[in-house]
Design a binder for this molecule. Structure first.
Ligand code: C2E
Ligand code: MG
Ligand code: MG
Ligand code: MG
Length: 285
C-alpha cells in the first residue's frame, strides 16, 4: 500500500501543478482582451531628492484590475506578458498613459514638473519599433523628451546586440534619459558601463536592508553601496536608492552622496492625485 500512497502523492502533486499552470494559462489568455477593456491602470511613485525632499521624478508602475481576481501586482503578470509577447503592446500602453500624465503635470507645474520614469522589459528594448513608438508617443502627447526616463535592468542592457543599443543611443540623443534598474543584483560588466547611453543607476532595494538602522549597519553592504555611488559619479551618472523605508537609510544614502530616493518612507505608489497633492504642496512651500 506504500505504492498506492506514493501514487496518490504523485496524483496530488500533479493536480496542484496543473492547477497553477492552468491559472497562469488563463491569465495569459485573458491579457489581450483585458488591455482592450482597459483593465490595467498605472500607479505612480515619487522619486525624491534626498537633500531638499522635493519630487524630482515619478515612476510608473502597472497594475491589473482583474474582474474575478481583483487587483494584481506586476509580479503576477509581467513575466507572463514577456513570455507571450503581450509585454510589447502592454508596455506601449503604459508608456502612453504615463506620458499623458506627465504632460498634464508639465502643463500645470512647468519647470517644476517631475520627469516620468517608465520600466522597459527586455523584449521591448529589443523591439525594432521601440524608437518609432517612443517618438510617436512623445509627439502625440507633447511631452518634453527630457521629461521621460526609461528604466532597463542590467540584463536588458548588458551584452545586448548592437541594434538595441543603437536604439537606446538614438533615444538618448533625443533627450530621453536611460536608467539601469535594480542595479547591483545582476551581472554587470562595470567597465562596459562607460560605453552605454546611461544617465542614472537605481540601486536595488535589497541593499537598503544592510543600512536598516544606524546601530546595525552591515559594513559590507554599506561599503558596496558607497562604492557603487562613487563609480556612478565617476561615470557622470546620477543615483537613486530604491526601497528606502527608514530615516536612517535616507540619511545614510544622502551622506554617501546619492541624489535621489524612492520608497515607502517618502510615498507608496498611488493614483496621480496623490502625486499632484505633493507637487501642489511644494509650490506653496
Ligand atoms: P521596479 O521597477 O524595481 O519597481 C519598484 C518596486 O518596488 C515596485 O513594486 C514598488 O512598489 C516597490 N517599492 C517601492 N518602494 C518600496 C519600499 O520602500 N519597500 C519595498 N519593499 N518595496 C518598494 P511593484 O509595483 O510591485 O513592481 C514590481 C516590478 O514590476 C517593478 O520593479 C518592475 O520591474 C515591474 N514593473 C512594474 N510596472 C512595469 C511596467 O509597466 N513594465 C514593465 N516591463 N515592468 C513593470
Ligand atoms: Mg523600475
Ligand atoms: Mg527597481
Ligand atoms: Mg524589480
Amino acid at each position: 500500500w506504500a505504492k498506492a500512497e506514493g501514487k496518490n502523492q504523485w496524483a496530488l502533486f500533479d493536480t496542484e501543478r496543473n492547477a497553477s499552470e492552468v491559472a497562469q494559462f488563463r491569465l495569459s489568455a485573458a491579457m489581450p482582451a483585458a488591455l482592450e477593456r482597459e483593465e490595467f491602470y498605472v500607479d505612480y511613485q515619487p522619486l525624491v531628492e534626498l537633500g531638499e525632499y522635493t519630487v524630482s521624478g515619478v515612476e510608473a508602475l502597472v497594475r491589473w484590475w482583474h474582474p474575478e481576481l481583483g487587483r494584481l501586482g506586476p509580479d503576477r503578470f509581467i513575466g507572463l506578458a514577456e513570455e507571450t509577447g503581450m509585454i510589447v503592446p502592454l508596455g506601449r500602453w503604459v508608456l502612453s498613459k504615463a506620458c499623458e500624465q506627465a504632460k498634464a503635470w508639465q502643463d500645470e507645474f512647468g519647470r517644476a514638473a517631475p520627469f516620468m520614469s517608465v520600466n522597459l522589459a527586455v523584449r521591448q528594448s529589443r523591439d525594432p519599433n521601440l524608437v518609432s513608438d517612443v517618438t510617436e508617443i512623445l509627439d502625440r502627447t507633447g511631452l518634453d523628451p527630457g521629461k521621460l526616463q526609461l528604466e532597463l535592468t542590467e540584463s536588458a542592457i548588458m551584452g545586448t546586440a548592437d541594434e538595441p543599443l543603437e536604439a537606446l543611443r538614438t533615444l538618448s540623443r533625443m533627450g530621453v534619459r536611460i536608467a539601469i534598474d535594480d542595479f547591483g543584483t545582476g551581472y554587470s560588466n562595470l567597465a562596459y558601463l562607460r560605453h552605454l547611453p546611461v544617465h542614472e543607476l537605481k540601486i536595488a532595494g535589497s541593499f537598503m536592508e544592510g543600512l536598516a538602522d544606524s546601530e546595525c549597519i552591515d559594513p559590507v553592504d554599506a561599503r558596496i553601496v558607497s562604492t557603487l555611488v562613487d563609480l556612478a559619479h565617476t561615470l557622470g551618472l546620477t543615483v537613486t536608492a530604491e526601497g528606502v523605508e527608514t530615516h536612517a537609510q535616507a540619511k545614510r544614502m544622502s551622506e554617501i552622496g546619492c541624489e535621489t530616493g524612492q520608497g515607502w518612507l517618502f510615498a507608496k505608489p498611488g493614483p496621480p492625485d496623490a502625486v499632484r497633492e505633493l507637487l501642489t504642496a511644494e509650490q506653496h512651500r
